[in-house]
Structures are given as structure tokens and as C-alpha cells.
Write a protein that binds this ligand. Sequence first.
Ligand code: M6R
Length: 608
Amino acid sequence: MCGIFAITSNRRNNIGETLVECAEKLTYRGYDTVGCATVYKNKIHLRKDKGKFDIVATKLRLSEMRGSKGIAQLRWATFGAPSKLNAQPHLDCDEDLCAAHNGNILNFLPLREQYTHEGHTVRSMNDGEICVHAIERYYDQLGDMVEAIQKGCNDLKGDYAFAVMHRDDDKVYAVKMGSSLFAGIGKGETCVSSDLPSILPITREILNIHDGELVILSPTTIEIRRISDGQLVERKPYTSDADIRVAQKGGYPHFMLKEIHEQVSSTRTLFSAIREPYISQFVGSLINANRVFFVACGSSYHAAVVGSYYFNELANVAVIPVIGGQFISHYGDAVRKGDVVVCVSQSGETKDVIDVVHHCRNRDVKILSIINVLGSTLTHLSDLYLPLGSGFEISVPATKTYTSQVTLFNYLAALSGQKREVLESTRAEEIITDLKTHLPALIEETISTNTIKARALAPYLSKYSHFYVLGYGITHGVALEGALKIKEVCYIVADGMYSSEFKHGPLSIVEEGYPIVFTIAPKDSEHLVNHLAEVECRGARIIITGEDHPLLRRYVKDDDFFLIPESNQYLSPILQAIPLQLMAYHLATYKNIDPDYPRNISKTLTVR
Ligand code: M6R
């Protein structure tokens, strides 16, 4: 949620151009409001408004803003409606300071009341504004930015990161307290951002910033200090080898379609990203654990659900998949030393998951993670993590990272089964070979077989405001994921559920022509005939994703059968998500919805 980018330079005085080029790459973090502030001739210039980055940038001519330092902010609204007034950055009372934040200031309302009472002009209902007043309050007394920020942070409660600048110097200051922040050192300029894609146009020399740190940027230096005591922190930059082309559409109309196609390569790069001895340590911890919980949200949770079936079938390990926000109230008092929590997260920043980590830390529970964004908060908090190596996933709906998560779970379950001697070594090797060598081509085939069908189905599905996606056994998580994709990018209430549950109530909704999508694992085809028959005799239009089977053919028209190439049964759930992604994508574009930026959503949710 929300993205900030800030830069100070001794090479440019047209910093608006750079702010636009770099901040635009944070669009996936929020598109409710946009704002840019620059310092030009010792005066702060601020332009901001409601709307998506490209639209506001053109309307307000942000690239024409003069100055050699500036802050940009893209907002996903929580406190305060999406409006020009609540847009960030915010000015202090005298327009000496300007700041923008990402995250939540939980004591915003009492502070707003207190500061207003003290005489501050708090203009908006957005919690980000309170950061600038907290600093102003101490700066007015102390006249020192570093001390003012240290003291200001003591007043603020919550998880956040912010950037702030004064109109009278060439510096930008930034703080990380629970939300992501990276710094970059270029030639004659330095910058900070919520995420790497926006830094790469400036430099590849990156410094990861940790929670509780203050970064002081001048055009030629970056200084890191601990907020608690002002102590200098020594840290060397590293050179990022991230491929910047991944953050561009590369000829596709949308990032979502590009990322669906990238699954062919991202399932390969996964295996070069994960390395021994970390894989063995990870597997060792799982099989020696008292209990194993997979904790995640959204698509990552759905991957975890599929993963829990792999662990049952291949390793005979009972894994409990839990939604991040639910974990503490459901299992929080019961977890103890010996249990292992595996956090699954694309961003590595999801607050509901980070809260679980903090809770479990106090109970001596081992924290393992599966993460795509390296340098994210979760990478610092985990005892051990495995990277997904998917590169940047820009589109808000998760596609390639979901697929890599499921692929990794299949791999880890096969290794665990082999290690526990419940899966024959030759069988484990076969499964692993299929993942490493055959999966990419099967993904490619699945995409090409199903693209036209997905496009053709869109007009029919668009007539419905709701329908069901049903899964059974190992495809349960796939159904949940397919339904989420359709909800998220098509604004249709697609309900994903376990197909045997359908007769326990929802069946009553079926009438002539009602769409029901089944995702069917090859070994369940015969068993599911019952479920198909129950809805067919009531007039449902059945759509299937699965391998070809004569029994299934009786219930589905050719055009509605989204065929998966024959493969070992564990690859099937990986492949089955792909037609559902394509259905969601084509349905969204048919409805004129931009699937990359569905309304009200942010890719990274750093709020509870
Ligand atoms: O970064 P994470 O994997 O922790 O994000 C979790 C969810 O917010 C995310 O998967 C979300 O559900 C996707 N936008 C769905 O496509």
C-alpha cells in the first residue's frame, strides 16, 4: 500500500522528470492519489490530486517541476478518502518542511487533536500529514533535522516509512519503521524508495534499510543512523542484478498477460534462485517440526493450501495452512517451541503475515519464509528463507509468483517425502525432474491451448454478477485462486469452494445456463462425475479445467473444456491455475477493466 520515492541530486534541476520516470514504477502500490513536491529556489512546490499516476502526472505536468530534490507519493487510501486534500506529500504549517509516508500511523487521531490544540494547522484527514507535523514540532524547538526526526518518531505509533525534506538544504531524510524502504547511490544523486524498480533507472548500487533506521541523503553520500540513539550504522551497498526490462510491458498490452506468459521462464529461474544448503536446512526443519503452519494471505495463501496437500500426499506431513490475519486468534495461544511457521509472501511486506512473525518470535517458534522480493522486511525477520526468483511482478493480481510458490511446494514436499522415506527415491527423482525440465514446456502448451477459449468465454461470463469455481482435493486451492483472480480483476463475485460442499446449500442457486467452473485433478475425474451430474441436471453450464477424460466430455462442450496437457498428477494443480488466470484476464479486458490496477487494491498490503 502506498509508494514513496525521494531523490536529491547535484546533476539536475529539472527533478520533476526524474520523479515521474521513477515513481511511475510504483503505480502498483497505489493509485488513489498522486503527488510530487520539489524544492526550487528554497521554496517547496507541491502538486497533487486524485487519480492514477499517468493521468495525474499529465494533468498536473509533474515532469515540468523544477528543483534538484523532491518527493513523490502514490497513495492507496486508508485514513482519509481519496481526494486532493488527503493526497500526499503534505506541508508543515509554515511550508518549510514537506513529507510523504507509506504505512499507517495508528495514533493519528489523538495526535491530530493534540497538534491542532498546540496550534498546528493540520489540513487533511490523512495520517501521513501527522509525520510532517511531528517533525516540525521538534524542529521548531531544536533546529536540527536529525534530532527532530528522532523525537518525532517517538510520538508516532504504527508501521510506516516516510521521506521528509526541508526547503533550506540539499538533503532528504527517510525513516523505516515497519514498511519497506531501499536506498540507491548514483553518480551525483541518491534516492530512497518503497521498492527497487523505481530506483533502477537511477542506479544499481543499493542499500537495504532496516527497521528503526534513519537515512540521511545528500547528492553524494548516504548516512544511516539508528533512530533510537543516533548511532551511525556501517553498511556497504550491493549491486542489484535485477532485470529492469521485467518492469516494462515488453509488447504485451498489460503486465498481467506478460506475467502469465512469463510463467514459462519463472518456473525455471525458481530453481536457479534456490540453493543448497538452504534447501536441505528448510526441508530438515519441516520434517523435524512438532507442527507445521503455512501462513499467508490472498494468492500466497491459496498456494499454501495446494502445498499442504502436497505435503500430505508426498511426505505424509500434516501441514496447517492459515490465513495471516487469522493466525493469532486461531492458533496464537497454542503455538510453542518446536513448531515451525512457514510464511509465504510475494512482497515480503504483508502486515498480517509480519504480525504472525512477531507473535511467534516471542514463543520461540522457528520462522521459515518463501519470498519473492529480496531485501523485504520478511527476509530480515526470518530464520531462513527461500527466494522465488520470479523477478518483479508488477501487475496487482499475482500470477507467476503464485505458480512458483506452488511449484516450490511440490519440490519441497517431494524432497521431504524422500528424506522421511515415505516416498521412494526414484519416484521423488521423477517428480523433481518433471518440475525442473518438463514443467516450462507444459505451461507454454497450456497457455497456447487455452488463450482463444478464455477470450471466447468472456462475453458469456460477463452477463453474470456471480458464479462458482469448484475444486476437489489438491485442486481446492486452485479453485480458491481462480475465484480470487476473477473477483479481483473482473469485479464479479466468483466463489471458490470445495466441490463436495456445493450440495450443502449453494446448489440452490443453480438455474438454466448458470456458470460453474470445475478444476479437476486427473485422479479425481471419475469421482467427480457425481458433482458434475448434480449441477448438470439442474441446467448449469459446466466449464472444466483438467486433463482430457471421456467421462468428463459427457458434461462439457468442447469450447468449455480448458484442457491441461497430460502430466504427472502433481503438475496438474500447477497447470490448472493458468486457464483460470487467462479467463480472468480476458474477462477483465472484455469489461474494459485494466487488470493491472483493479480499483481499490494495492499489491503490497502493509496494514492490518
Ligand atoms: O505479497 P503477498 O504475497 O504477501 O500478498 C498477499 C496478497 O495480498 C496477494 O496475494 C493478493 O491476494 C493478490 N493481489 C491476489 O492476486
